[in-house]
Design a protein around this ligand. Sequence first.
Ligand SMILES: Cc1cc2nc3c(=O)[nH]c(=O)nc-3n(C[C@H](O)[C@H](O)[C@H](O)COP(=O)(O)O)c2cc1C
Length: 352
Amino acid sequence: MSLFDIASGLVRLLPAESAHRFTINALKTGLAKPQPDLDDPRLAVTLPKSGLKLANPIGLAAGFDKNAEVIAPMLGFGFGFVECGTVTPRPQAGNPRPRLFRLSEDRAVINRMGFNNEGIGPFVRRLSATRGMGVIGANVGANKDSDNRINDYVAGVRAVWPHCSYLTINISSPNTPGLRGLQDRGALEELLGRVGETARELDTVVKNRPVFLKIAPDLDDKAIADIADVVLRQTWLSGLIVSNTTIDRPESLLSRHKGEIGGLSGAPLMEKSTAALAAISSLVAGKLDLIGAGGIASGADIVTKLRAGAQAVQLYSAMVYEGPGIVTRLKAELVELLVASGASNLAELAKA
Ligand SMILES: Cc1cc2nc3c(=O)[nH]c(=O)nc-3n(C[C@H](O)[C@H](O)[C@H](O)COP(=O)(O)O)c2cc1C
C-alpha cells in the first residue's frame, strides 16, 4: 500500500470539498506515484468521427480537475483520456460552501459547486505545459454573471483550442442558473452557429481539434429529438457527452444529504444517463461520436454504456469512493469480459 493509498483512506474522513482539495494538492506535490502500465491492446479505441485515439476507453470526467492542475498524474493513473474544466473566461468563486456532499449509502454525490475556477488564464498556462502527454480535453463554460454567455463559450474555445486534444462545450450544469436553457432548440442553434464559425476559423490554423457537446440527462423525448436535429446540422461537431449530473432525486436514495440542491451523480445516475445515451444514439449513431458518463463503477457498467451507443466513457463519482486506482480495476474487468465473451475488441464486445 502506497503512502497515497493510506492518505486517500484518511481523506474520506474529511468533509467532501476539503478531501478534494487535499487530493489535488497531494497529486501536485507528487505524493502520489502513479505508474502507467501499457494497456491491453484489446482496450484501444479510435473514435470514428473525431479520430481521437485512446489506449483505453475510460476518461476522467470534467469537474475533478477544474483548473488543469493534475492532468499528468491523472493520466499516470491509467485513464485513457482526461478532461479538465469546466473553465470560465473570468475566475469565479462558485456557490457558498458547503456545496459538495457525499451520499455514501447511495454511492452518489450531490454538488452545487457553480463553476468555481481560476479563470482561463491560469488554465491555459497549465494546459499548454501538457503537450504530448496524452489525450486531454478542455471543457469550457460561461460565467454566472456574464451578459453574453455565447461570447463566453467563444472566448473559451479560442483560448484552449491550440492546447488540448479536444474541446467540450458544457451547457448542462444545473448549478449556473439558466445555463441548461442553451439546450433549447433556438438557443442551441445560435450557440453552435457561433462556436462553429469560430471552430472553422481556428481550424485553418490549428487542425484536428474535435468539439463535443455535453448534455444533461434530464431531457424528454422531444428535447432529445430537437438536440439531435440541431447537432446533426452542425457537420463540424464531433460528438456528444451524455451526460452531466441530474436534478432528479430517485425515491431509492437513502442518505441524509439526498435533499441538498444540486446535481446528483454516481450509481443512482447510471440508469437515467444510459437511457438518455440510448435515446440520442438511436438518432445520431454512426454520425457523431458518443461518450457515455453517469454512474460508472464497474467494467460491466462500461459495457452497458457501450451497448447503449458509446465508444468511450468518463467517470468521476466512483473515484470519490474508491480513489483513482479504480481505473486499474475497471480495465482488468473489461479484459476479463473480453476474454469471457471471446471478443477481440470493445466494439465486438458491445455487440456480443
Ligand atoms: C463534484 C463534481 C463537479 C463536477 N463539475 C463538472 C464541471 O465543472 N463540468 C462538467 O461538465 N461536469 C461536471 N461534473 C459532472 C461530471 O463530469 C459527470 O458528467 C457526472 O458526474 C456523471 O458521472 P459520474 O456519475 O461518474 O460522476 C461534476 C461532477 C461532480 C461530482
